[in-house]
Design a binder for this molecule. Sequence first.
Ligand code: ADP
Ligand code: MG
Length: 661
Amino acid sequence: MNIEMLNGVGPKSALLFKKIGIFTVEDLLEYYPYRYNFINLINFFDIPENEVVYLKVKVAREAKVMYIKRNFNTLSFTAIVNDININVKIFNRGYLKQNIIVGKYLVLVGKYDKLRNTFIANDIRFDGVENKIEGIYHLTDGINNNFLYKTINKVLTDDYLIKDELPEYLNKKYKLIKKCDAINLIHNPKSQNDIDKAKVKLIYDEFFNYTFKINLLKINNKKELGIKHNFNKELVNEFLSELPFKLTEDQLTTIHEVLNDLEKESRMNRLIMGDVGSGKTIVAAVGILANFYSGYQSTFMAPTEILANQHLDTITNLFKDLGLKISILTGSLTKKKKELIYESVKNGEIDLLIGTHALINDNLSFKNLGLVITDEQHLFGVNQRNALQNKGKVLKPDVLYLSATPIPRTYALTIYGDLDLSMIRTKPKMRLDIITKVKSEKEITDVLYKMLEEIKLGHQIFVVSPLIDNNETDLKSVYLLLEKLNLAFKSKVNIGVIHGKMKQKEKDEIMNNFHKGIIKILISTTVIEVGIDIPNATMMVIFNAERFGLATLHQLRGRVGRNDIQSYCYLISEKDNDRLKVMEESSDGFYISEKDFEQRGQGNLFGIEQSGELLFKIADIKRDSKILISASNDSKEFIITNMYKDYEYYKNLEKEILFLD
Ligand code: ADP
Ligand code: MG
């Protein structure tokens, strides 16, 4: 049911709800508190020194507001508790004055200073607070905790039907409570025990459903017969020996794994993970070549048009004189050109078709597709994995995924559990590490100086200014930065701005001008595409770096250092600088993502925020690893024994995941 159907949720709040990922009533119910406040009203005589307490008081005298300076005021009043008068003070809440009504009860949240007989409040609650446990939710401007909580509870008291899809025998096995009780308790717990019971159920369910999909894919893939590629190894080796560089150890291992997979009868489903620049393209190219020598067509899908064109250049160059016919298919081609390509792909005149998502098109069919390669900058969801593979019609092509987002092995094994994994960790020797420095804002002149130096050398610079909410105030900060930089460089440097609220056409134009070198400094928010390659960019400056996880910073940093000139990355931050030091020390994406995982957990790993599907709402792979293992074993058994065929819900999941109709 759509969220707008709820009483009390108008179109305006519906938009706000959508902003935090709540589209339906189900989403709302599964929007769980991320922590709880344990509210215990305290007895005045028991107040400990220096601890935040909840104290119920009666207002004795009207409040006074003192305006100290702009943006700073104090509100104070006298209150009575246990027949004793105390002073109450709260900062910057002048607007509460009218709500402090003599004779009324309210609850102060804060610390009591005995010596001065003054309660320094950080919050005042007017809503009849009782002893209770209060869920705290992630919010957005315009939706406060109370409104969210009330909306959720309205649905709950309306007896909205919450179905428990988990097979009953599993609920019994682990003595799990019913789903509807779990949802109720997670929002309205009476004790820590309530929270624990609810969590176990919800975490288990979440893992069970996820691993059901993963295991289903995996079992299905293993059963599926693919193409047994038969190629001349001599020819492939010849190609390898003629490369202008020596392959790294990990590249060799990975190439070996790919060729092995191709030769086998079972279908290849392999993910190659490695930092930008670790040399994944060459591995993909070897796969394409072996596939060509076996007499099949290949297709290579890139996330953006720019990247598709880059791949076209690189691969055409690599395959000179080898006789492959290569073509490109992107959305910007004319209808006529597209049709010509469809035609020649169908006839088998094209051996390799490179492209963007335009490749996922019903009009495109291959004569004999043998290998599908997907180069995704981001993590991709389990639901999307099969879209291109189905192009194979009778014979199922082998599939290779490339990912430039290194993630910890334990994590990868879960979310990519249906795929075989290759990791390219070692980097080609010739690549220079990007010199990284963490700076405070006080040291900004160092940064500006360095920027000027790079500009004078004819290089280009990325500046990233993060947005929290992508709202107007945030955007102002981007333009403020533009102003400051213009001031610093006396408007002599061409600076461009790009952000998510621009129209695609505007964005393309700015990107083009940066690509061409007309724009020297590009200020962007993080919403822009990651995959752009500007070899001439040698410097990355990231403001408010503390707002990013290490893995994200590493991804951003990867946009520079793409040629053999020394590149730099400056992280500007006022806090958290110790955490950021990891970036100065390491350029190994796997190491950094492990650190990030340790520090902040899975939710913040790069890309996961963007593809909501991957984000577990309550489960945490690291913290809940035991539940994960049980759930995964159970879902496997559930599939192998064909028990799932008795459940409508799981049969539908199967259809969705395997693209059955
Ligand atoms: P990725 O796709 O992993 O980002 P690429 O495959 O595009 O990385 O490789 C980046 C650059 O490094 C390319 O110019 C490529 O030719 C070069 N390269 C790849 N492998 C090696 C190697 N073993 N030694 C030297 N250079 C290499
Ligand atoms: Mg690449």
